[in-house]
Design a protein around this ligand. Structure first.
Ligand code: ADP
Ligand code: ZN
Length: 217
C-alpha cells in the first residue's frame, strides 16, 4: 500500500504515522524529520534547507524531490510507503505521479485554533521522535520520553510567528492538493478532530478499520 498522510502543520501527521507504521508494515517517509536531522548534522542537504525550515517556508521542489527519490529507492521491493509532508505543492504531486501510484489519502481535518494551541505546546523526543504535548498528550515524567527515556525538546519552528507562516503556506500551496487527488479518484479517509484533547488511539483505530474496508490493511 502506498499512502499519503495529509493535513495542516500540527494536524497530527507524525503522531498518526508513527503509530500506524508497524500495524501497516509500511515505510514512513517524513520530509520534515529528514530536513531537521540534516540541519542538526549540518550535512550538505542541511545547509541547503536550514533557512527555509527555520522560516516555515517551503524548501525548493528540486531539493525535496531529490530526497524523496533517494528515500523511495531504498524501500525494499514489495513494501509500501506512507508519505508525511510530501507532496506539499501541485508540482511535487505531478512529480510523484510519475514515480508511484497512490492508493489512498489519509486526510486530517483540524481547525486553525486547535492547530495553534497544539503546536505551541508540542514537545518531541530528541531520540526517537515521538510527539507529546505538555497540555494534552503529556509524558508520564516531565520532559522525558515514555518510550525511550530520551529528552523532549520544542521545535524551533513551533513558535507563534512561524506557525502563522506555515499555516499560510499550507492554505495557499498545499490545500489545493485535496481537489487534485479528488479529481484523480484517489480514495480519501477523512478524520475530523473536533476537540483539542482528543486522544490519537481512536483515530488510529478508525483509519485502520477504513483501510481494511478498502482492502489496504
Ligand atoms: P509541519 O508540522 O509544518 O507539517 P514538517 O515537519 O512536515 O512540518 O516540515 C517542516 C518544514 O520542512 C516545513 O515548514 C518546510 O520548511 C520543510 N518541508 C517539509 N516537507 C516539505 C516539502 N514537501 N516541500 C517543501 N518543504 C518541505
Ligand atoms: Zn523517545
Amino acid at each position: 500500500m502506498n499512502a499519503i498522510i495529509f493535513g495542516a502543520p500540527g494536524a497530527g501527521k507524525g503522531t498518526y504515522s508513527t503509530r500506524m507504521q508497524n500495524q501497516l508494515g509500511v515505510e514512513v517517509i517524513a520530509m520534515g524529520d529528514i530536513f531537521r536531522e540534516s540541519v542538526k548534522q549540518n550535512t550538505e542537504l542541511g545547509k541547503k534547507v536550514k533557512s527555509y525550515v527555520e522560516r516555515g517556508a517551503l524548501v525548493p521542489d528540486d531539493v525535496v524531490v531529490e530526497v524523496l527519490k533517494d528515500k523511495l529507492a531504498k524501500i525494499p521491493q514489495g513494501k509500501g510507503f506512507l508519505l508525511d509532508g510530501f507532496p506539499r505543492t501541485i508540482s511535487q504531486a505531478n512529480t510523484l505521479e510519475k514515480i508511484a501510484k497512490i492508493d489512498v489519502i489519509l486526510q486530517l481535518d483540524v481547525s486553525d485554533q486547535i492547530i495553534i494551541e497544539r503546536l505551541t505546546s508540542r514537545r518531541i523526543c530528541k531520540n526517537c521522535g515521538t510527539v507529546y504535548n505538555v497540555r494534552f498528550l503529556k509524558p508520564k515524567a516531565d520532559g522525558i520520553c515514555d518510550k525511550c527515556g530520551g529528552q523532549l525538546y520544542q521545535r524551533a519552528d513551533d513558535n507563534e510567528e512561524v506557525i502563522k507562516n506555515r499555516l499560510q503556506v499550507y492554505k495557499t500551496q498545499t490545500e489545493p492538493l485535496i481537489e487534485y487527488y479528488h479529481k484523480r479518484g484517489v480514495p480519501f479517509i477523512v478524520n475530523v478532530t473536533k476537540s483539542i484533547d482528543q486522544p490519537p488511539e481512536p483515530m488510529v483505530d478508525y483509519m485502520m478499520a477504513e483501510l481494511k474496508k478498502l482492502g489496504l490493511a
